[in-house]
Design a protein around this ligand. Structure first.
Ligand SMILES: Nc1ncnc2c1ncn2[C@@H]1O[C@H](COP(=O)(O)OP(=O)(O)OP(=O)(O)O)[C@@H](O)[C@H]1O
Length: 230
């Protein structure tokens, strides 16, 4: 039987805007199975980032439940949610929040140190992954000495290094040229195949979406399955 890694049950999100309630997400029901890569499409303002933040426990739903590996994450305290994120989730965001005072290697090693690995082991694993994303020659650089695309690849390596069950990505290849975009997608796909890592990827890039196992689209607060992408 397929394992459900992520499940949204009647998830809604409202914002109060100048005294009016705006419903961005309207009773979303959604499942991601172990080993699935799912693309989330939707026009600007349709709620893609809002949904991704709720799935990643970085924001709370106005109603409904999010289960990750059967845990109702809304029932956890803030500090338990942080532990849960470190243990189970990886994030790839456009504004990647690298730690500016640390090198690329130290940024990527950080999740492993938090997990309790010895510095030497963390460093070896982080270095190998930085080489995989084409940054073997940049490991000792701080983010300020890297280009936007290089920073993006450091952030991707950091999201992947601890081998989380679920990776939430917002335009993961957005800042990259075609060649590096393909390199990153191939790496994500390899991780997906070897470790059955799940991906939920928000993107406007239809070519990237078509490479996923499944495509969904946010429209008028609802999430709909897209069968054929024109
Ligand atoms: N804190 C907030 N307060 C009020 N409204 C908000 C807030 N955050 C988001 N919104 C509104 O919710 C809607 C969805 O925003 P969201 O950022 O999730 O869209 P998106 O699909 O990710 O857009 P884009 O593709 O442009 O990044 C927008 O209309 C936005 O203005």
């Amino acid at each position: 039987m397929n394992n459900v890694v992520l499940k949204c049950e009647n998830v809604s999100k409202n914002y109060l805007d100048a005294g009016n309630t705006v419903q961005v997400l309207n009773e979303i029901n959604f499942e991601v199975l172990e080993g699935e890569m799912v693309a989330v499409l939707g026009s600007s303002g349709s709620g893609k980032s809002t949904l991704l933040h709720i799935l990643g426990t970085l924001d709370t739903a106005s109603a409904g439940h999010v289960y990750i590996k059967s845990q109702d994450v809304g029932l956890l305290s803030r500090s338990k949610q942080a532990d849960f994120r470190n243990e189970n989730l990886g994030f790839i965001y456009q504004f990647h929040h690298l730690l500016m005072e640390f090198t690329a290697l130290e940024n990527v090693a950080m999740p492993l140190l938090i997990k309790g690995l010895k510095p030497n082991e963390a460093s070896i694993t982080a270095k190998a992954l930085l080489e995989r994303v084409g940054l073997g020659h940049r490991i000792d650089h701080r983010p300020s000495a890297l280009s936007g695309g290089e920073r993006q690849r450091v952030a991707i390596a950091r999201a992947l290094v601890a081998e989380p069950a679920l990776i939430l990505a917002d335009e993961p290849t957005g800042n990259l040229d075609k060649q590096n975009g393909e390199l990153i997608f191939d790496l994500l796909r390899e991780l997906n195949k070897t470790l059955k890592t799940c991906f939920v990827v928000v993107t406007h890039d239809l070519a990237l979406a078509k490479k996923m196992d499944r495509i969904v689209k946010l429209e008028d607060g609802k999430l709909i399955e897209v069968k054929d992408l024109a």
